[in-house]
Design a protein around this ligand. Structure first.
Ligand code: PMP
Length: 357
């Protein structure tokens, strides 16, 4: 079977080493005599997986003991619900920065649970850049929510100023893409299917002082406090999904965050340079400091040219480059597992396409 070059936004490409190790565990997990797909969630073997994964998250994110770490189900969107459920008390306001589809949806979900305000938005420019910071927040702000990387629109916050409220971040599409000061955040979360493994699990990291301030009684399954107390096994956990995340964390540590960041920079630089030089392709985000290193979004001069380039890519076994249905054009996702060589192949094809016109 021919191998594809996979630029999908998530579920996304995984490193070969991780897939091979996972395949072995599907046959037999260590000396348990069971497949990882059969491993009980309350077994010692799974507790060991959880503990090692937490240790690696703590180490890679340079967190101290002020933070709790849990694996949850329901992907990114369930976090859109759980954050306000747990941390937006009556009488307070949740502030959201609206940088596009996911950021907006997170705010919409929060409005089910309490008062929600959009502290800044770049909707008027179709989210082609990041909104101005600083912004004014209401006095009774419970937290400020941001989306560190905007998967659909291709923008990314590279530096964040201090804020005087709890900062909560959706890091689904750029977690562990390089070093960052995670202690700026009272909480961050990420759906796993990009830099952290496969779909069906989400990581949540919560500072203890925020955790103690739970806003209301919520059912145990949806309570961060309860999930922390039960060490991520309130119910039948996604054992294989957490194991895949552990393999990704081990791979990330082995590669080193500095090397990962350097490679991510090279990949994005190569692709943006090709787009900027081109007379056919146009970048969605023009301000260099707002550009995402994870999701590069661009269009071609006409829908016909877009179709033709898409077909050329398909013939060369390149998949996953179509833009999201709301933006169209192209979106090339360059998560940690994508090698520079894949980007070079794509860039070569863009140049070949342009010279054939
Ligand atoms: N947040 C971001 C930044 C995302 O990119 C996505 C999905 N691509 C989500 C949230 C939603 O994740 P899920 O599909 O797991 O609910």
């Amino acid at each position: 079977m021919e191998r594809k070059i996979n630029f999908n936004p998530g579920p996304a490409a995984l490193p070969d080493e991780v897939k091979e190790e996972f395949a072995l565990a599907v046959r037999a997990y260590k000396n348990t005599g069971l497949s990882i797909l059969e491993l009980p969630h309350r077994s010692t073997a799974f507790t060991d997986i959880i503990e090692e994964s937490k240790t690696l998250v703590r180490e890679l994110c340079a967190l101290n003991d002020d933070y709790e770490i849990v694996w949850l189900q329901g992907g990114g969107r369930l976090q859109f619900c759980m954050v306000p459920m747990n941390f937006l008390p009556d009488g307070s306001t949740a502030a959201y920065i609206d940088t596009g589809h996911w950021a907006h949806e997170a705010a919409e979900y929060a409005a089910y649970y309490g008062k929600c305000t959009i502290a800044a938005t770049s909707a008027s420019v179709q989210y082609s850049k990041l909104p101005q910071w600083p912004m004014t927040l209401p006095d009774n702000t419970a937290y400020l929510h941001i989306t560190t990387n905007n998967t659909i629109y291709g923008t990314q916050w590279h530096n964040l100023p201090e804020v005087n409220t709890h900062l909560i971040a959706d890091m689904s599409s750029d977690i562990l893409s390089g070093k960052r000061d995670c202690t700026q955040y009272a909480m961050f979360y990420a759906a796993a299917q990009k830099n952290l493994g496969i779909a069906g699990v989400a990581l949540a990291v919560i500072r203890k002082d925020l955790l103690e301030k739970t806003a209301r009684q919520v059912p145990p399954m949806l309570s961060y406090q309860h999930q922390v107390k039960q060490n991520s096994v309130v119910n039948t956990a996604n054992v294989a999904g957490v194991y895949a995340a552990l393999l990704m964390l081990r791979w990330t540590k082995q590669k080193g965050l500095d090397n990962i960041a350097a490679e991510n920079n090279l990949k994005a630089k190569a692709l943006y340079a090709a787009i900027d030089k081109s007379k056919v392709f146009n970048a969605r985000v023009t301000e260099a400091t707002h550009r995402s290193l994870m999701n590069v979004c661009f269009t071609a001069e006409s829908p016909e040219a877009e179709d033709a380039f898409m077909q050329l890519c398909a013939r060369q076994s390149i998949v996953g480059i179509e833009g999201h249905r709301v933006t169209r054009g192209f979106r090339v996702s360059l998560y940690n597992a994508i090698p520079l060589s894949s980007v070079e192949t794509l860039v070569g094809l863009m140049q070949e396409f342009e010279s054939s016109l």
